[in-house]
Design a binder for this molecule. Structure first.
Ligand code: PBG
Length: 326
């Protein structure tokens, strides 16, 4: 009761604020998404994602060294595939000398301790731009997860530490886990995009990878953004199937989901702050409407507060440089 309780006492100077701070943000919290392209000496800015780049393998090597140096220890790789390599079954995804497989090896050669995570879905390899195999305008579930499990084994063989299925087919985590076990990849983890919504915040990413769906949308596999209980269901099923980390995506608009999951499950939760979220802040910065650095840090703390153990974010590098200043 006032004046016995004055909440402002615990805010009166930065030393006490630091002592009572409930959540911390550091270099240990981040996964860095990386876009990889064919070619040499390429560091190409993505038009829809200012100050974010596509890398050719030679420059990727240097970039991951730099990430490691500033304390960023996990990367999530996406590759841009040439149109002439795309087909309905995503055949190129299984090429042991494909861009993804070479990217994994390049990173592991450059910084062996770097935790390498890879995206598992067919969309960058699909002539239809869908995450699964298409038949009569439908996305086939079971045929797709057969290919995804082979893809996971192929990434593990190249040296990936974690595979991250982002396709939202049913039963894919179990299929992938079984395939990895059969091939002896007991230590390869699965970070499942268990709770992935059909979101328009992915627009700039699809632009970066030229992976927008050729027909229709992804609503028959990605979740309806009106739903919350379904998220718990998806996460529980994936844990039963052998997922090690549960991801929620997109991020800021879905903090309620992260929070309700963190009250329900004991496994680590990853938040994915997606491309559209990044681009919005960048554009607001360019316009001079927002203090970019401050808003970025505020949003990143929101993920921790909601209950995320880690954050995949295009801000990771900028954020860590800023946090080092304190
Ligand atoms: C591929 C995939 C997507 C993203 C991550 N993995 C795009 C999609 O599902 O359409 C989006 C990431 C982002 O927007 O930053 N399945």
């Amino acid at each position: 009761m006032y004046p016995l309780n004055r909440n402002r006492r615990l805010r009166s100077c930065s030393a006490i604020r630091d002592l009572v701070r409930e959540n911390q943000l550091s270099n240990n919290d981040f996964i860095v998404p990386l876009f990889v392209v064919e070619g040499k000496n390429i560091k190409k800015e993505i038009v829809s994602m200012p100050n974010y780049y596509q890398w050719s393998l030679d420059l990727l090597e240097k970039e991951v060294k730099e990430l490691w140096k500033i304390g960023l220890k996990a990367v999530l790789i996406f590759t841009k595939v040439d149109d002439n390599l795309k087909d309905n079954r995503g055949t190129e995804a299984l090429n042991k000398d494909g861009l993804m497989q070479r990217a994994i090896k390049t990173i592991k050669n450059s910084v062996p301790e770097m935790l390498v995570m890879t995206d598992i879905a067919l969309d960058p390899y699909s002539s239809f731009g869908h995450d699964g195999i298409v038949e009569n305008f439908k996305i086939l579930n079971d045929a797709t997860i057969d290919v995804l499990s082979e893809m996971a084994v192929s990434h593990a063989t190249a040296g990936a530490n974690f595979v991250a299925p982002s396709d939202m087919m049913d039963g894919r985590v179990l299929k992938i886990r079984e395939a990895l076990e059969i091939e002896g990849f007991f230590e390869t983890g699965i970070m499942s995009y268990s709770v992935k919504y059909a979101s328009s915040f992915y627009g700039p990413f699809r632009n970066a990878l030229d992976s927008a769906p050729g027909f229709g949308d992804k609503k028959t596999y990605q979740m309806d953004f009106a739903n919350q209980k379904e998220a718990i269901n998806e996460a529980m099923k994936d844990l039963e199937e052998g997922a090690d980390i549960i991801m929620v995506k997109p991020g800021i608009t879905y903090l309620d989901i992260i929070n309700s999951l963190s009250n329900k499950i004991n496994s680590p939760i990853a938040a994915y702050q997606v491309s559209g979220e990044y681009s919005m802040l960048k554009i607001a910065e360019e316009k001079g409407f927002l203090d970019y650095n401050q808003v970025m840090i505020e949003q990143l703390f929101a993920f921790k507060r909601a209950g995320a153990s880690m954050i995949a974010s295009y801000h990771a590098k900028e954020a860590v440089k800023l946090l080092n200043q304190y």
